[in-house]
Design a protein around this ligand. Structure first.
Ligand code: ATP
Length: 332
């Protein structure tokens, strides 16, 4: 367990500014999800904390100790990558024991056996301990990869899209398990993903990166409800927030606003402007209504038993809209 702080951290690769002046304070025991599109700087942030890269400027501390000069091993962090990195010819038990057999740790055999059994239990794989890694399904292999990080009891866990290679059902199961494991270990965890559902369901804090800058950091609910920019607003929420020119729904906009952000659930039906139904998507748990309003696409949600069909006209009005200026900054 440890808090992690980055102060004024920048990192370039040649002409590419991967990270620009990052200040980040991750509280002890937090589950931080770093969100952002490809190239935003998520993996670079993890690699800098792990010690696999050195910052050009700035300081990184773990548990109150400045770690800039320390090797990855000295930092006591465990990293899980997108692709499982198991030894195929070894059994699950041997794979899980491996990190504990490092010459630095010198873990006694009975301690290794205890740890491996405990982690196998947490990951629901005790019945697979004597299988070869090649005899496992993709989901089981990724559990073992995560297990290899868990056996070590490090100060910090760093995970880089650990679930992205798994199918949707397994991803959903492992999301729940990771959240539970995190609660049990009370460990500090930083987790990189493109997947905003992972962010909303697992994170205690979300950090949104945009072209190497940390644009907002806070609890997922706060970021969802109070995004500082239109870019942040578009990172969370499925379907995405509607970003529309001000005035198209007859609403009054604050001075300086050029765009209105309207979450799909914040659209009242049956009053206001006319909208034409272009598509109705029945997704089982949700029914999405695609509309055209004054030539702009709008997505909203409707009753699963809705009989609306393309071509029909309804009336819609905004509620709890948020507004952005021409640069995408929040004005109200
Ligand atoms: N070793 C490297 N050499 C050169 N450029 C790099 C290197 N690593 C990262 N970059 C560049 O730095 C920027 C940030 O990359 P980074 O991998 O941190 O982004 P990311 O948010 O993790 O993206 P992704 O979701 O695709 O993994 C990108 O423009 C990338 O091309």
């Amino acid at each position: 367990m440890a808090e992690i702080t980055l102060n004024g951290v920048s990192k370039s690769y040649g002409q590419t500014k991967a990270l620009i002046d990052i200040d980040l304070a991750v509280p002890d025991g937090a589950f931080v999800v770093l969100l952002g599109p490809t190239g935003a700087g998520k993996t670079t942030t993890l690699r800098l904390i792990a010690g696999l890269e050195k910052p050009d400027t700035g300081d990184i501390s773990i548990g109150g100790t400045r770690v800039n000069g320390l090797t990855p091993a000295q930092r006591d962090v465990a990293m899980v990558f997108q692709q499982y990195s198991l030894y195929p010819h070894l059994t699950v038990r041997e794979n899980l024991s491996f990190p504990l057999r490092s010459p630095i740790l010198k873990t006694p055999e009975d301690e290794i056996a205890r740890k491996v059994a405990e982690v196998a239990e947490v990951l629901h794989i005790p019945h697979k301990l004597d299988n070869k890694a090649t005899e496992l399904s993709g989901g089981e292999m990724q559990r073992v990869s995560i297990g290899r990080a868990l056996v070590r009891d490090p100060l910090v866990y760093l995970m880089d899209e650990p679930l992205s290679s798994l199918d949707a059902k397994l991803r959903a199961d492992l999301r729940v398990e990771l959240k539970r494991i995190h609660a049990e270990l009370a460990a500090t965890l930083i987790y990189v993903t493109h997947d905003q559902i992972e962010a909303m369901t697992m994170a205690s804090h979300v950090g949104v990166l945009d072209h190497g800058r940390l644009v907002q950091f806070g609890p997922p609910r706060e970021i969802y409800e109070n995004p500082r920019t239109a870019y942040v607003a578009a990172r969370l929420g499925q379907p995405r927030i509607n970003l529309l020119p001000v005035g198209i729904m007859g609403e009054t906009a604050p001075p300086g606003a050029t765009r209105m952000g309207l979450r799909p659930e914040n659209i009242r039906h049956g009053e206001g402007r006319e909208a034409t139904v272009t598509r109705v998507e029945h997704l089982g748990d949700q029914t999405r209504l695609h509309l055209k309003v004054a030539d702009h696409d709008v997505i909203t949600l409707t009753d699963p038993h809705s009989t609306l069909a393309p071509g029909e006209t309804i009336r819609i009005a905004p509620q709890n809209a948020i507004f952005f200026d021409a640069d995408g900054n929040r004005v109200a």
